[in-house]
Ligand binder design. Structure first.
Ligand code: UD1
Ligand code: UDP
Length: 371
């Protein structure tokens, strides 16, 4: 069986590399990796951390790229790779424009698509944008669905998709086997210099397209106010390389002593930072799944989430993008030990760290290689 795995951004890579490593252990599977290069430096960091080599890199990234150019360049680049490799199945991940364009390119050559992290939904096609539509369309195109949770399976059933859905857990939990260590030494100097026992370290990230502009300004203003009030706490913010994010973040948050604006860190540093943080404030999808694993409360800087499982479990709270509300919710968790303890418990609605093995077993079974 020949499988072509296609991905192109940091979060896809973090969640697909564990799967690639398991696929590569199976001699009966010929596994090829094609990067679209929708991200560049942030993708390279992940490939190095997992020591995964790609067979192809379409290298499409442009500064301040548009959704249209990502879509067309991925489709054009993949056409040739698919013609050359003629895989039996193409695996894509999640909800990026790489995922959708790759699924469509495979469909145009009548190659079945397997969607890893299928079935997540907010119900609002403009939020997150364009991810909600990307995952809806990717699910329409796909033949095989690897749904992280039972709720994700239910979402697919509601849309009339009923065949070949497998609830596997999320491969992001598998990634921790490779990244988290008790005696970890950070490669980032600033992260290495922090005493995590004597300070509250609050990890912050924000990058979503729908948050660019005013919402991101609100988020940064709330962080500024919190940092000014809680001088003993550190607000560690690895700033996404999107220039539209950097313009806002550096304008508002530079030169505040206890706000540490750092370059994107590799996934080894990031997961170990999460494990040592007090709490997380983010609009990221992946961090909403990762932080609960470590029992770290997450304030979601968005108006919705496609990952309600950890919200129901009490570890994640969606607080929106109003500056005053973000400030108050964070303040509560910093000041009020009871409120903090209520949220700070490890929950694992996203799997047991063996999602990749389950996905591979299903693929082998579907191909009739293993019963
Ligand atoms: C993309 C995904 C989003 C995902 C996010 C993860 C789409 C439409 N968006 O959003 O779903 O949550 O990745 O981070 O698929 N850049 C660099 N170097 C890099 C990466 C990005 O310089 O390694 C800069 C480039 O100027 C690029 C810009 O960031 O044009 C935006 O990148 P893009 O992939 O379009 O959007 P993201 O916001 O990263
Ligand atoms: N991450 C990382 N370095 C950073 C920031 C985040 O390795 O500096 C990881 C994080 O642990 C998670 C993933 O990147 O696994 C989330 O990516 P991002 O927030 O860019 O995308 P999303 O999950 O929102 O699609």
């Amino acid at each position: 069986m020949k499988i072509l795995i296609v991905f192109g951004t940091r979060p896809e890579a973090i969640k697909m590399c564990p799967l690639v490593l398991v696929l590569k252990k199976h001699k009966e599977i010929d596994c090829k990796v094609c990067l679209t290069g929708q991200h560049r430096e942030m993708l390279d960091q992940v490939m190095k951390a997992f020591e995964v080599e790609a067979d192809y890199n379409l290298d499409i990234m442009k500064n301040r790229q548009t959704l249209t150019t990502i879509t067309t360049s991925v489709m054009e680049g993949l056409e040739t790779v698919l013609e050359q490799e003629k895989p039996d199945i193409v695996l894509v991940h999640g909800d990026t424009t790489t995922s959708y364009a790759a699924a469509l390119a495979a469909f145009y050559q009548k190659i079945p698509v397997g969607h890893v992290e299928a079935g997540l939904r907010t119900g609002d096609i403009y939020s997150p944008f364009p991810e909600e539509m990307n995952r809806l369309l990717t699910d329409r195109i796909s033949t095989y669905y690897f749904a992280p949770t039972e709720l994700n399976r239910q979402n697919l059933l509601k849309e009339g998709i009923s065949n070949n859905i497998f609830v596997t857990g999320n491969t992001v939990i598998d990634a921790f086997h490779y990244t988290v260590k008790d005696d970890y030494v950070f490669s980032n100097e600033i992260l290495d210099s922090i005493n995590y026992r004597s300070r509250k370290v609050i990890t912050v990230t924000a990058h979503r397209r729908e948050n660019l502009g005013r919402p991101l300004e609100n988020i940064c203003n709330a962080i500024k106010r919190l940092a000014t009030e809680y001088k003993d706490s550190y607000f560690v913010y690895p700033v996404h390389l999107n220039p539209a994010v950097r313009d806002t973040v550096f304008t508002i948050l530079s030169e505040i002593d206890n706000v540490k604006l750092i370059e994107p860190v590799d996934v080894l540093d990031m997961h170990n930072l999460l494990a040592r943080s007090y709490m997380v404030m983010t609009d990221s999808g992946g961090l909403q799944e990762e932080a609960p694993h470590f029992g770290k409360p997450v304030l979601v800087l968005r108006t919705e989430t496609e990952r309600p499982e950890a919200v129901e479990a009490g570890t994640v709270k969606v607080v929106g993008v109003d500056s005053e509300t973000i400030y108050k919710e964070a303040k509560k968790l910093i000041d009020d030990t009871n409120a903090y303890q209520k949220m700070a418990h490890a929950v694992n609605p996203y799997g047991d760290g063996h999602a990749s093995e389950r996905i591979v077993q299903e693929l082998l079974r579907l191909e009739g290689i293993e019963k």
